[in-house]
Design a protein around this ligand. Structure first.
Ligand SMILES: [Zn+2]
Ligand SMILES: [Zn+2]
Length: 137
């Protein structure tokens, strides 16, 4: 599977090869800033298969946290593209940046439901975790 995508203005482009390891939705407060309020739809992709093919993202990580994630976004239009979490061997890719967002065929889990807002939707029967899911080895 070869997935292509990029930001809203087209300056930053990427290719992600390999099947998504996990697809999910994140309800955390931080993601709410970035999505506009909704849960963030993400795919975990193999780091080896992911590369930027055009442009370079700006990176941001909070300085007030001990082990912050690094978020990558287009320096021109601000589209958030990926998150890198320390210790996680995966690229957290935002489904909304896929050229064909329908390649995201639905979440397999909901995470950080501790921050769920009343207007968030969690599909019936979807595994849901207050924070991170139990680690998978
Ligand atoms: Zn852009
Ligand atoms: Zn989140």
């Amino acid at each position: 599977m070869k997935i292509e995508g990029g930001c809203y203005c087209g300056q930053v482009r990427y290719v992600a090869e390999g099947a998504p390891m996990v697809q999910g939705q994140c309800h955390c407060r931080e993601c709410q800033y970035i999505t506009g309020g909704a849960p963030h739809m993400y795919m975990l992709m193999q780091p080896d298969g992911f590369r930027y093919t055009m442009g370079a993202p700006k990176q941001f990580s909070r300085s007030d946290l001990e082990s912050p994630v690094t978020r990558e976004f287009c320096p021109e239009c601000g589209t958030h593209i990926t998150t890198r979490r320390p210790g996680l061997r995966a690229i957290i890719l935002k489904a909304g940046t896929l050229d064909d967002p329908s390649l995201f065929d639905g979440p397999q889990m909901a995470i950080f439901t501790i921050d769920t807002q009343p207007y968030h939707h969690i599909p019936e029967g979807l595994p849901a975790y207050e924070r991170m899911p139990p680690s998978r080895r």
